[in-house]
Design a protein around this ligand. Structure first.
Ligand code: FMN
Ligand code: SF4
Length: 672
């Protein structure tokens, strides 16, 4: 009880931090214009005005407080006196503004001033900047950047949200931002400029001119026009930039929220919330009030609380409704650029660039130690939240997925042909985070996917045997097998159910009763579960899956919730050795495929060795036909031959030879 109260208090505090921070950032938007919420209030303002002067909404009490503080920070000794103005533009307005600023600055200072498109720019180039950098950018559909700013925007936001990137990465950068937008787009008003601004600040960049958001909605624009807003900001920039170039110190302008960030960071894992900074202005307080009201009248709560929204968004999730999420997988991006697919491409022939990774339930009944979501997901043993309709989730997930793919289209190396294909999703991996079969309408959800010719790969944590029994055919059904005995399962999965072990075993038995493709997914955590091979072999005999997928655990940085270290990550050869020992105990299985790139190995039941060939791949159209037929069918009815390059022992080591491999310094997750 006491624990619950403390948790509730902690969550309330976290929610307040989000709201306050959002309000601080709201200050940016009100510096030169009104807020995104303004259009809703327009009619009232207009009704009170006799002459049709541009209606403007009075700033909130927050926005009239000092918005930026001046802080002095010494310049690096080698800081060159140059200014580069980058523009993100589709129809030329931002480019025109950039040229105007360049002319004005050239008259105000002797420093060289250059204007450049953002097209070739990215976070690495920004990190290397020593002079002053200015960003003038528009925002487009659904808050997306213009094409030429796409790559920069993506790499910057990725870096700001990646806990592996140092928060001081841009400490040498002196910058300023002007946004072009239209407040009629409400939440998405100047979204790109806002995100660029807070992302650079989050990585310790020094803002040398207060950020301004120009508004082409004359009713809200502070000066009455976008041009006027820019002109006002230009004057301020021209007044401040020469001093910033010459002095031994610069005057940086920080929002109140940023100035307080050290304290907040401690309470908040040092992460900066970008999405909320943009959105909560309009939504935060209203959402909490609505939830309080719901609680009072006994309505179930939304699974995604404001604090959870914040945490998930900063991990790159797009949230749908009140309990679902979608994310663009790194392998989807990789395959769009011809740089290789995930291990499911190698093992089962999925086209990674046409794959959507999503979940209809962010909640789960475990708190696994290697959960790479850092334990931000809600937990529960049964559905006790509000419930969204499957059609809303499927449509929302697809829409968000397509938006993310479109946003990625500006990345260097994206292949036009792959891009075209990606705009028709063919696979859905229901394995993002949480437990998809907790969602009471999972069967309808699967039907909707299959109706759209999308195959389904569903992963469950083996705690809901009834849900497995009731599940209609899906293309491939997985259970995660994280340990081979009761004690280790408790330590590794930290299940909520007291009877977690009987539930786990019953799930495996249920899996054995399914007709379609089934998979055990094992994650090898060195020194934790890699010495339990006999136990795993016994579990295999219980469910007799078609496949046993084994991958080495991926280390995703330290987290308060997990004691996993790099020492727990096995080498690929160690994973192969583990699976070899396992199949030596299982006469019906053989080690068949590997994807060395992501440290994954596949053992296969001999029923898939037909006509002298392994058939681990899937005939996807056939699967869809079989589902639609409504008749019973089984694994062998929609299997397809495995290509030579995917077979263990081939020199490709599971890397499709039509792709070009790029080695990364960062850890390579195996994917979902
Ligand atoms: C199709 C379309 C979508 C837009 N979407 C947004 C938006 O979501 N948010 C926003 O603030 N402005 C939006 N705008 C307004 C543009 O940002 C604005 O027109 C800007 O001045 C265009 O600059 P550019 O000419 O440099 O491309 C949109 C404009 C168009 C034409
Ligand atoms: S890792 Fe998962 S989500 Fe990503 S492409 Fe492969 S199957 Fe799809």
């Amino acid at each position: 009880m006491r624990e619950a109260q403390t948790e509730e208090k902690r969550q309330r505090k976290a929610a307040e931090v989000v709201a306050d921070r959002a309000a601080a950032t709201a200050a940016i938007t009100t510096t030169t214009t009104t807020t995104a919420a303004a259009p809703a209030e327009q009619p009232k303002a207009k009704a009170a005005t006799v002459t049709p002067a541009p209606a403007r909404v009075a700033p909130s009490s927050k926005s009239v407080q000092p918005l930026y503080k001046t802080v002095s920070k010494p310049l690096a000794a080698d800081a060159p006196q140059v200014v580069t103005i980058y523009y993100g533009s589709k129809t030329g307005t931002a480019e025109g503004f950039a040229n105007r600023l360049s002319n004005a600055l050239s008259q105000a200072t002797t420093a060289p001033v250059t204007v450049a498109s953002l097209a070739e720019y990215d976070i690495d180039k920004l990190s290397a900047e020593k002079g002053i950098v200015i960003f003038i950018t528009a925002t487009y559909e659904h808050g997306s950047p213009p094409d030429n700013a796409n790559w920069f925007h993506t790499t910057l936001l990725d870096a700001a949200n990646d806990f592996r990137v140092k928060k001081t990465q841009l400490a040498n950068v002196r910058y300023a931002v002007f946004g072009l937008g239209n407040s009629l787009y409400r939440d998405n008003f100047n979204r790109v400029a806002r995100e660029i601004d807070v992302s650079i600040a989050a990585l310790s960049g020094l803002r040398i001119v207060p950020t301004a958001l120009g508004d082409e909605n004359v009713a809200n624009s502070k000066t009455g026009s976008l041009e006027g807003d820019f002109e006002a900001w230009l004057q301020e920039a021209v007044a401040r930039i020469p001093a910033a170039l010459q002095g031994s110190a610069v005057e940086a302008y920080e929002t109140d929220g940023e100035a307080d960030s050290e304290e907040e960071d401690e309470a908040d894992d040092g992460m900066v919330d970008l999405e909320d900074l943009g959105n909560a202005l309009v939504k935060g307080r209203a959402q909490r009030q609505a939830q309080d009201q719901d609680a009072r009248v006994g309505k179930p709560r939304a699974m995604i609380t404001p604090a959870l929204r914040k945490a998930l968004t900063k991990q790159g999730y797009k949230l749908i409704g009140s309990h679902s999420g979608v994310k663009l997988c790194r392998w989807t991006k990789s395959m769009l650029r011809g740089r290789g697919g995930c291990y499911k491409h190698t093992f089962y022939g999925i086209a990674s660039h046409r794959c959507m990774e999503t979940t209809p339930s962010l909640a789960c009944a475990n708190k696994c130690v290697f959960c790479w979501r850092h334990h931000t997901n809600p937990v529960g043993t049964e559905w006790r939240w509000q419930m969204d309709e499957p059609i809303e989730i499927v449509n929302g997930a697809m829409q968000n997925h397509y938006d993310m793919v479109r946003q990625f289209s500006g990345a260097p190396g994206v292949m036009p042909e792959r891009m075209r294909e990606a705009m028709e999703i063919r696979h859905c991996a229901l394995s993002l985070v949480g437990e998809p079969i907790m969602y009471p309408k999972i069967n309808e959800f699967l039907d909707l996917l299959h109706d759209r010719n999308i195959s389904s790969f569903l992963v469950t944590n083996a705690q809901f045997p009834d849900a497995i029994a009731n599940l209609r055919p899906c293309c491939q059904l997985y259970v995660s097998i994280d340990a081979s005995n009761e004690q280790s399962l408790k330590q590794i999965d930290r299940p909520l159910f007291k009877d977690y072990w009987p539930r786990f075993l019953e799930c495996l038995r249920e899996l054995g009763r399914k007709g379609q493709r089934t998979v055990y997914r094992l994650t090898v955590v060195k020194a934790w579960n890699d010495d339990e091979i006999r136990g795993y072999a016994d579990l295999v005999q219980l469910g007799e899956p078609d496949f046993i997928e084994v991958k080495g655990v991926t280390f995703c940085g330290t987290s308060k919730a997990s004691s996993l270290t790099m020492d727990n990550v096995p080498f690929h050869e160690e994973v192969v050795g583990f699976v070899q020992t396992l199949v030596d105990m299982l006469p019906d299985y053989e080690l068949v495929c590997e994807h060395e790139h992501s440290n994954s190995v596949l053992a296969v039941h001999k029923r898939l060795f037909v006509g002298g060939r392994w058939h681990t791949w899937i005939d996807y159209p056939r699967f869809i036909d079989l589902v639609r037929s409504g008749k019973p069918f089984s694994t062998v009815d929609y299997m397809a031959p495995t290509p030579e390059w995917a077979i263990l022992g081939h020199g490709a080591r599971g890397f499709d030879p039509v792709e070009v491999r790029h080695r990364r310094n960062k850890p390579t997750g195996s994917g979902c």
